[in-house]
Ligand binder design. Structure first.
Ligand SMILES: Cc1ncc(COP(=O)(O)O)c(C=O)c1O
Length: 449
């Protein structure tokens, strides 16, 4: 199989370009650690064997063991505040010295304070939290809660979606690279096409977006016993920004058919789209909201499910039961993160940066034919590379070459769907570094266009 065929989500770690990248690593300590990593870890797609060895990270960037500094426009979406935010670090250290862990059946002040804060921030009766050590676990809890509340096990989700790598989460997701060899997976998941504005199967104009919503209703009516619709409000990986009309219609459909709307905002809440929560861009309310990644301040693995008061109906079973459930460290990290976003007026900065990015990236689109589409919101941007603007055929090889070229010059990002350069920098990044990233990208586009 051609390696480009395997480029369905991230870049692959055994392509020709990866081999070339690996061969130019000559620093002996780096070489040794990379070889040991490849020797002692199980190999898996998009992970080991690894790209490079990191030594440190701070703010918007990462530094390799051999001293190269890269602006990190990927960061696995934990880096809303950049790396090692001083407020977050100092509050975690203080908490570590006081109450580093809270055994189950006991509660603690930071956990309660965070649950209260989330209830204050979220609309209506979306007031009840359950915490967990990671996003995947939260998705599992949300699926379980939806079954308890609706007494139905079937859900609808979107093709190409990712909601975590566990068996339940891959069953709920729509990506082959995670489902391959895994059957039988959890039954009752029906995937439908995601609303896209570039190559959508039901059309790609703004008006066509309603076709995708209408198809959800079609499936709900035909299938008859759907309990929930699970989707990312804004799709992080290949950056799909649905229209307001789409989400308004989906919300109406879910309410009408008593289908719970589960919004997965694990990578994109906490300011990435210019709003604290992405659904605020659409004036809709989720029934269950999933948060994670940057919730732990980029330091502590931590995630939360928040739902309506009236869904507090499962006290005779365990929905989560995770060892690190009411983590005092995760809770102070989350509180420090939210407080920092509010105190520094980060949301306005992200909106301003978003407008600037839109202008700069559209200038690149005018300059380079290889760019078929530029789309984004706040500090989440996708650049879709195509062989031909008419056929929209994916330029996968070029996308990979451009990614490695950028890494050589100090800019790290990931490629999604094989041809979408996904740019998500720290929200705290300064304009100078944003400009530097655009210049590195422009030079790489010029070299490989
Ligand atoms: C949209 C989405 N949902 C869920 C997850 C799973 O989160 P975690 O890896 O923290 O378990 C991810 C992780 O990339 C994600 O992007």
């Amino acid at each position: 199989m051609e390696t480009t065929e395997l480029m369905v989500e991230g870049d692959v770690n055994f392509s020709e370009e990866r081999r070339k990248w690996d061969q130019q690593i000559i620093d002996p300590r780096t070489r040794q650690i990379l070889d040991d990593d490849a020797r002692y870890f199980l190999h898996q797609s998009m992970s080991s064997p690894c790209l490079e060895v990191l030594d440190s990270c701070k703010g918007s960037g990462i530094k390799t063991l051999s001293g190269n500094y890269l602006l990190d426009f990927h960061g696995n979406n934990v880096h809303q505040l950049g790396y090692g935010n001083d407020d977050v670090v100092s509050q975690i250290i203080e908490q570590m010295q006081l109450l580093p862990f809270s055994p189950r059946r006991y509660t603690n002040q930071p956990a309660v304070e965070l649950a209260k804060k989330l209830a204050e921030m979220l609309p209506g009766d979306v007031n009840r939290s359950l915490f967990a050590p990671g996003g995947t676990s939260v998705i599992g809890m949300a699926l379980k809660l939806a079954r308890v509340v609706t007494k139905k096990h079937k859900i609808v989700s979107l093709w190409d979606s990712f909601h975590g790598a566990s068996l339940d989460a891959i069953s709920a997701g729509g990506e082959l690279v995670f489902k391959k060899y895994m059957g039988p997976i959890m039954p009752g998941v029906i995937c439908i096409p995601p609303p896209t504005t570039y190559w959508g199967i039901f059309g790609d104009t703004e008006a066509d977006q309603l076709n995708y919503a209408d198809y959800l209703e079609y499936v709900i009516e035909k299938e008859g016993d759907i309990g929930a619709f699970l989707a990312e409000t804004v799709r992080n990986t290949d950056v799909q920004i649905p229209t307001r009309a789409y989400w308004k219609r989906v919300r109406e459909i879910c309410t009408k058919h008593k289908v719970l709307l589960i919004l997965d905002e694990i990578p994109i809440a906490l300011g990435r789209t210019g709003k604290m929560f992405a659904f605020e861009n659409y004036e809709i309310e989720p029934d269950i909201l999933c948060l994670g990644k940057g919730l732990g301040g980029g330091i502590i693995p931590f995630a939360a499910m928040v739902t309506r008061d009236r869904f507090n109906v499962a006290d005779d079973i365990s929905l989560g039961h995770y060892t690190h459930e009411k983590s005092p460290l995760g809770s102070v990290a989350a509180l420090a993160t939210i407080n920092y976003i509010e105190k520094e007026n980060l949301l306005q900065k992200v909106v301003d940066d978003g407008l600037w990015m839109k202008e700069e990236l559209n200038k690149l689109k005018e300059q380079f034919q290889i760019i078929g589409d530029v789309r984004g919101l706040g500090l989440l941007w996708g650049i879709e590379l195509v062989k031909d603007r008419k056929t929209k055929k994916k330029a996968k090889k070029k996308a990979e070459q451009i990614m490695y070229e950028c890494m050589h010059h100090g800019l790290s990002f990931k490629v999604s769907q094989g041809n979408v350069l996904q740019l998500s920098p720290a929200l705290t990044i300064n304009r100078e570094d944003l400009q530097r990233a655009i210049s590195i990208l422009a030079a790489a586009l010029a070299k490989y266009s």
